[in-house]
Design a protein around this ligand. Structure first.
Ligand code: C5P
Length: 401
């Protein structure tokens, strides 16, 4: 996913420097070329050798030593960088960045690059809350740096507060957001995600195994690509994706209402929700009492949200439906292109290992309206999200008429 991208990873001298090792490793695993820059304090926490072994490149620790690249190193790297990530950024480093100092490889490169810079502050909570630190962060924002808020929780000191470096996965996800193409700039995208809950009584409902991961990945990626995103989500345990307006609903009827209210607004709709096809015909206002013998519950059909959007689709709108199947993937997927008037159907066999509910990966086939069919390899849900949005962007660019 990051193949061909050059990422500079600046590490300053805080306890959380050890987490930068995992950040480095995950960036490398995703295909990025990573060059690590360290302040001298950082080298007291983690050795340059560790980063060198993981990145496969020399680590810059001193601006005034021999040059690795035959030129002035920081100029050479600055011109090649697609992204700079500074994690952890200590209070001291933030102050020096805000002052525009350039007395170590991290601050010098931050001045020299023209690519996006992601800064992940991490420090003791009082230091973070101090007006001086907050003023420095505000100034960095003015300069266009992207600040990743520290997490709240237990600090290395044993105290609790806000100042923890976010987990490496969150830093890498934020880094990937900044590396995405901005090819959906200003586009209005609606995504449905998660399961729905169909209530029987105040304590019971019918639902399904959807976790919402696929839809959340699409919403996040679309926002990172510049879109204005509304995520209509059934109940999930997932955090709100950054930069996305989230509308939380429970039942299919609620989801239908929230989506249809935006039918004229949207340019793109992606139906990643596992909407319950039926709901109990009767909702019992009071908890149903246990009784001897079987219970018969009558179910009635829910509206089909994507089909309703499809029925009133206007030229230029792009609709993407999902097909989660256990048999006859091909024919079911093709049939959904017509029944939902969709432009793309993303189909997966949910019985296959690594695909479907609750996994972080998916193996999908994409069916196009013009008859084309693509079989994608096993990918992470983030990668699938970008693959879908690549095709959506192409359809939008072509006018989709
Ligand atoms: O017809 P089926 O449920 O297999 O179609 C799946 C696709 O339709 C998904 O995109 C899903 O989000 C959408 N859907 C919907 N409303 C329903 C049922 C499915 O929007 N009631």
């Amino acid at each position: 996913m990051l193949a061909g991208k050059t990422v500079l990873l600046g590490v300053s001298g805080g306890i959380a420097a050890y987490k930068a090792v995992a950040v480095c490793s995950q960036l490398v695993q995703r295909g990025a070329e990573v060059h690590v820059l360290m302040t001298s304090a950082a080298t007291r926490f983690v050795t340059p050798l560790t980063f060198q072994a993981i990145s496969g490149h020399p680590v810059l620790t001193d601006l005034l030593t021999e040059q690795h690249y035959g030129h002035v190193d920081h100029v050479h790297l600055a011109h090649r960088a697609d992204l700079m990530v500074i994690a952890p950024a200590t209070a001291n480093l933030l102050a020096r960045l805000a002052a525009g100092q350039a007395d170590d490889p991290v601050t010098a490169l931050a001045l020299a690059v023209r690519c996006p810079v992601l800064v992940a502050p991490a420090m003791e909570p009082n230091m973070y809350a101090h007006p001086a630190t907050q003023a420095n962060i505000a100034r960095l924002r003015q300069y266009g740096y992207h600040i990743l808020e520290p997490a709240e929780g237990r600090m290395a000191s044993g105290r609790y507060g806000k100042g923890r470096l976010p987990e490496p996965e969150a830093i890498v996800a934020a880094a990937m957001d900044l590396l995405r193409p901005r090819d959906l700039e200003g586009r209005r995208v609606l995504v449905t995600a998660g399961p729905t809950r169909e209530p029987l009584d105040p304590v019971r409902f019918l639902s399904n195994r959807s976790t919402g991961k696929m839809g959340y990945a699409i919403a996040r990626a679309a926002a990172a690509r510049g879109a204005e995103v509304v995520l209509v989500s059934g109940p999930t345990a997932l955090p709100d994706p950054p930069g996305v307006e989230i509308v939380r609903v429970e039942s299919a009827l609620e989801m239908h209402r929230e989506v249809m209210a935006r039918a004229d607004w949207l340019e793109v709709a992606v139906g990643a929700a596992a909407v319950a096809d039926w709901r109990p015909a009767v909702y019992h206002e009071q908890k149903m009492k246990k009784q001897d013998g079987p219970l018969v519950v009558e179910l009635v059909r829910n509206p089909d949200i994507m089909a309703d959007l499809g029925a009133r689709k206007r030229p230029g709108q792009v609709l993407v439906a999902f097909a989660a199947e256990t048999t006859d993937l091909d024919s079911h997927a093709r049939q959904k292109l017509t029944s939902k008037n969709a432009d793309l159907v993303v189909a997966n066999d949910v019985t296959e290992p690594g695909s479907g509910f609750g996994t972080d990966t998916n193996r999908v086939r994409i069916y196009h309206r013009d008859g084309r069919e693509e079989a994608l390899p096993l990918l992470t849900k983030d990668e699938v999200a970008d693959a879908i949005l690549d095709r959506v962007a192409a359809l939008l660019a072509g006018g989709n008429r």
